[in-house]
Design a protein around this ligand. Structure first.
Ligand code: NDP
Length: 343
């Protein structure tokens, strides 16, 4: 693995909303450099760069990757471009943080992992939830036996899709539209970290929003994990007033965490067991994207791992793809994890 002691200087591939609203501000708060942005339209990318104080704008991925004042690339294009942009960045020897879902197929996602490994560059996946202080605390509680043997989880992740994001997410299946690739894969990043190996999924999806959608905008799924844990999810773009949350139920206790499936370091965690119900202290809250970027910086220095590694990102995608397939066919569908089976 190539390592570098320097604080990352980023090249952004994708003049996106998430880069503008979350990632560039988080990079700056951590003192990371933001050198250049690459988008597909010259006027829009130039305007984006000016609006966000990024010194260089280009429409050429090759030009961006050829810069020697860029150490790492953040890929936040629409989903179908994650694969070619990752392969190009790996070939150019750049470390990279790629948005979720890692790709649109498991074979593509594993090929991204392989390419980064072969090039000796770090691949992190920008699932922001597992590194949140609330989720770390919940994993600690479960690992310490606070709920006894885990039996079930319920994930509430139904939100209202902001008006500014009602484009390709609703209308372009080729870009990876739909709530399952958008949100269910985030749920899986949380439940996989809690329960280990996802085995099979069953699901129903619908289109229920006040828009012309070419993909599902609401989904409910049940995923069975290896130890017989059942994880149920409700994901939607159509629900304006529900809190998000995660419940974990075990033989000896139940955790109820509210407002924790979010982009901000908020939310509460309660534990209920034979001793009663109490709020659990959640130390170390910080911006969720800073956590991802800081871990990425450690990985580049060779002193740690990304918050969510390439294989962990593939496993989250595998659950989402099984949920999609289960909803399409009406059948319980195996979650395919291994690279060999994916190809
Ligand atoms: P955006 O729609 O804002 O951006 C995606 C791409 O669409 C951009 O790279 C840009 O292409 C193009 N685009 C954006 N706005 C315009 C416009 N006004 N006119 C023309 N083209 C435009 O997507 P998001 O930021 O919502 O999502 C980007 C990625 O990040 C996705 O993979 C998504 O799943 C992920 N994501 C992750 C989140 C997380 O918490 N980890 C949260 C939100 C999104 P170009 O750059 O080529 O010009």
């Amino acid at each position: 693995m190539r390592t570098s002691a320097r604080t990352p200087r980023w090249g952004l591939i994708g003049a996106s909303d998430i880069a503008a609203t979350r990632m560039v501000p988080a990079m700056r708060r951590l003192g990371h450099g933001v050198t250049a942005v690459c988008g597909s339209s010259a006027p829009r990318t130039t305007a984006w760069a000016a609006a966000h104080g990024v010194p260089h704008a280009t429409t050429s991925v090759e030009d961006l990757l050829a810069r020697d004042d860029i150490d790492a690339v953040y890929i936040s294009t629409t989903n179908e471009l994650h694969l070619p942009r990752t392969l190009a960045a790996a070939a150019a020897g750049k470390h990279m943080l790629c948005e979720k879902p890692l790709a649109l197929s498991l074979a593509d996602a594993w090929s991204m992992v392989d390419a980064c490994k072969a090039a000796g560059v770090v691949l992190g996946v920008n699932h922001h939830l597992p590194g949140a202080a609330t989720h770390r605390r919940i994993r600690e509680l479960v690992a310490a036996g606070a709920v006894g043997r885990p039996l079930a989880a319920r994930v509430f992740h139904a939100v209202a899709l902001p008006e500014r994001l009602r484009g390709w997410r609703l209308r372009d299946p080729g870009a990876g539209a739909g709530v399952v690739l958008d949100i269910t894969c985030h749920d899986a990043s949380v439940t996989n970290a809690l329960f280990g190996t996802p085995v099979e999924a069953t699901a129903l999806t619908v289109r229920q929003g006040p828009w012309e959608a070419a993909a599902e905008d609401a989904a409910m799924s049940v995923v069975r994990y290896g130890d017989g844990v059942l994880a149920q999810t409700h994901d939607a773009f159509t629900v304006a007033h529900a809190p998000t949350g995660l419940e974990v139920h075990g033989t000896d206790g139940s955790i109820s965490a509210v407002d924790v499936m979010t982009q901000d370091p908020v939310g509460t965690v309660h534990l209920r067991d034979a001793a009663g119900s109490r709020e659990i202290d959640v130390p170390g809250r910080r911006d969720l994207y800073e956590v991802v970027l800081e871990a990425f910086g450690h990985a580049v220095r060779g002193t740690g791992e990304p918050a969510v590694t390439g294989p962990q990102g593939v496993h989250a995608l595998a659950v989402a793809l099984a949920v999609q397939e289960a909803a399409r066919t009406g059948r319980t569908t195996p979650v395919v994890l291994s690279p060999a089976a994916a190809r």
